[in-house]
Design a protein around this ligand. Structure first.
Ligand SMILES: [Zn+2]
Length: 467
C-alpha cells in the first residue's frame, strides 16, 4: 500500500464526489434546516458500509458515521449548511439564481463532501487490511448559526476518537496552527412602564434608556479589558413609537477573548453594568446566556503531518476551472487578502488565479479575531485543521464570488482536501509515533485547563432559531 493507492481511490470517485457536492450546492439549506444535504451525505456513507447514527446532540441533522471496530479511531468533520440571502449562479458576475434565497458562500458543500471523500478512501484501506483502526465521519450542521458541534461535544460524540483531521474551503493550501477567540452570547431584556412620552412621562419607565445606559457603560468598560477582547452588540427591540415610553427593549451581546476565563470575567462585568442600568432606570432586567464557545487548541504535530500530505497530493485543476477563476478574480481586489500570506509567497500568489502550491501555516502562534465551534472539539480531542484552495486567490468568505466558485471550480480543491484528509488519517493509523505526538501535545496544551461545555444549562439548539 502506498499513499498513491489512497489518492487513486479518491480520483476514481471524482465524478461521484463532484456530483454530490454540486447537488448540495444546488439545494442550499441554512443552519438546522440541512435535511436534504445531511441525507445525501448519510446515504453515500451507508452505501459505503458506514454505520450511521443521526440526531446527535438533539439536532436532527447532526450525525456520526463510523466504519470499523478497532483502535485507534480517527475522524474527520463535514459541514454542509448554507448562508441566507447569498443565492448566486456559477458565473463571473453578480447574478442570483433566486434573489434573497440562500447560497453556499462559505463552501460548506465542498467541506462536507471533501471530508467524506477522505473518510471513504481511508475506509477502503481499512477494509483491505492495509491498516488497522476505525474511521468516523462527523456530520456537523449549523456552523454558521447555532454552533452545532458544541451540542455534539456535549452529547459525547467525540469521546472515543483519538484524533480528528478537518479543513475549511479557502484560497490557499496551508495547515492551521493558530487559535481564535472564545465567545459568550447574551440577551439583556429590560421591562419598564409605557406612558405618553409627552403627556405623562413621569408615569413611564423607559426600557430603551436601560439598553442605552448598558451600551454606554460597556463603551467605558472597553478601555479596561485585554486588547484582544472583542465586544459587540445589536439592539433587537427598542420601542415602537417615539410618543410612547418604550416598555420593552432588548439587546444581544457577544463577548470574545482569547481565554475562556477572560470571556467569563468580562461577561460578568457586562452583567453588572446591565443590573446598574436597570437600577438607574427603575426597570426590570432579564439576562439570558444564549451560547458559549471555546477558542481552538492548535496541534502542530497534526499540522506538520497535514502539510506533508499536501505535498504528496496532486491538485487536479482543469484549464476551464483555471480560466473561470481568472475571470472571477477580476471582480474583487485581492491585495488586502494577500497580506495574510508570508511576504515571500505573496508575489507568487499574486500571479496565480488559484494558488495550488501548499505553504506552511500562516497563523502559527496567532489568535485570530474569530470564533468557531471547532474550538470545543479541539478541547476534547487532538484536532488538525487546514485550508484548501477552493476559490480564486483572495476571495472573501461569505461573498457571491465564493458561491460562484463553489459549484465546479471548487471541486478541484475539494479533491485535494479529500486526499490530504485521507493521507493524514492514514498516517495516524499507521504511525503510532505520530498519534502519540499529537496526543502528547494535546495533553500538554490542555494541562491544568478544565473543559466544561460553556453552553447554558439545558440549552436547546432549536430555541436558538426560534428566538
Ligand atoms: Zn465556513
Amino acid at each position: 500500500m502506498s499513499k498513491q493507492d489512497l489518492f487513486d481511490a479518491i480520483e476514481a470517485e471524482r465524478e461521484r464526489l463532484r456530483s454530490l457536492s454540486t447537488a448540495i450546492w444546488e439545494t442550499p439549506e441554512v443552519a438546522f434546516q440541512e435535511t436534504e444535504s445531511a441525507e445525501r451525505l448519510q446515504a453515500a456513507l451507508r452505501e459505503e458500509g458506514f454505520e450511521v447514527e443521526a440526531g446527535i446532540g438533539d439536532i436532527d441533522t447532526a450525525f456520526v458515521a463510523r466504519y470499523g471496530d478497532d483502535d485507534p479511531v480517527v475522524g474527520t468533520m463535514g459541514e454542509f449548511d448554507a448562508l441566507p440571502g447569498l443565492s448566486q449562479k456559477a458565473t463571473a458576475e453578480r447574478e442570483p439564481i433566486s434573489e434573497g434565497e440562500p447560497g453556499h458562500g462559505c463552501g460548506h458543500n465542498l467541506f462536507g463532501v471533501g471530508s467524506l471523500g477522505g473518510a471513504i478512501a481511508l475506509k477502503r484501506a481499512i477494509e483491505r487490511g492495509d491498516v488497522t483502526g476505525s474511521v468516523v465521519f462527523f456530520g456537523t450542521p449549523a456552523e454558521e448559526s447555532g454552533g452545532g458541534k458544541i451540542y455534539m461535544v456535549r452529547d459525547g460524540a467525540f469521546d472515543d476518537v483519538d484524533a480528528v483531521v478537518s479543513w475549511h474551503p479557502g484560497w490557499y493550501n496551508a495547515p492551521g496552527k493558530g487559535s481564535c477567540l472564545a465567545v459568550d452570547a447574551f440577551e439583556f431584556a429590560f421591562e419598564g412602564e409605557s406612558s405618553h412620552a409627552a403627556g405623562s412621562p413621569e408615569s413611564g419607565r423607559s426600557a430603551l434608556d436601560a439598553v442605552q445606559l448598558l451600551n454606554t457603560g460597556v463603551e467605558f468598560m472597553r478601555e479596561h479589558v485585554p486588547d484582544a477582547a472583542r465586544i459587540h452588540y445589536v439592539i433587537h427591540e427598542g420601542g415602537d413609537a417615539p410618543n410612547v415610553v418604550p416598555p420593552y427593549a432588548n439587546v444581544e451581546y457577544l463577548v470574545r477573548a482569547p481565554e475562556r476565563e477572560q470571556v467569563e470575567q468580562i461577561a460578568a462585568w457586562v452583567q453588572d453594568i446591565a443590573e446598574g442600568a436597570a437600577l438607574m432606570t427603575q426597570t426590570d432586567l432579564d439576562a439570558t446566556k444564549i451560547s458559549g464557545m471555546y477558542g481552538v487548541v492548535p496541534n502542530y504535530a497534526l499540522g506538520d503531518a497535514i502539510l506533508d500530505n499536501m505535498e504528496q497530493a496532486d491538485f487536479p485543476l482543469s484549464d476551464d476551472q483555471e480560466a473561470f477563476a481568472a475571470d472571477l478574480r477580476e471582480t474583487f481586489d485581492a491585495e488586502t487578502a494577500l497580506a495574510q500570506l508570508p511576504e515571500d509567497t505573496r508575489a507568487e500568489a499574486r500571479e496565480e488565479a488559484v494558488f495550488t502550491r501548499p505553504i506552511e501555516a500562516t497563523d502559527e502562534g496567532t489568535t485570530g479575531p474569530y470564533s468557531t465551534d471547532s474550538g470545543d472539539v479541539s478541547w476534547n480531542v487532538p484536532l488538525g485543521r487546514f485550508t484548501a484552495a477552493t476559490w480564486p486567490v483572495g476571495t472573501p468568505l461569505h461573498s457571491w464570488q465564493a458561491v460562484a466558485a463553489g459549484k465546479d471550480l471548487g471541486t478541484a480543491g475539494m479533491e485535494f482536501a479529500a486526499k490530504t484528509i485521507a493521507g493524514t488519517m492514514y498516517d495516524l493509523l499507521e504511525d503510532e509515533e505520530l498519534l502519540a505526538q499529537a496526543r502528547a501535545e494535546f495533553e500538554d496544551r490542555t494541562a491544568d485547563r478544565e473543559y466544561e461545555v460553556a453552553l447554558p444549562e439545558d440549552a436547546d439548539p432549536y430555541e436558538l432559531i426560534n428566538r
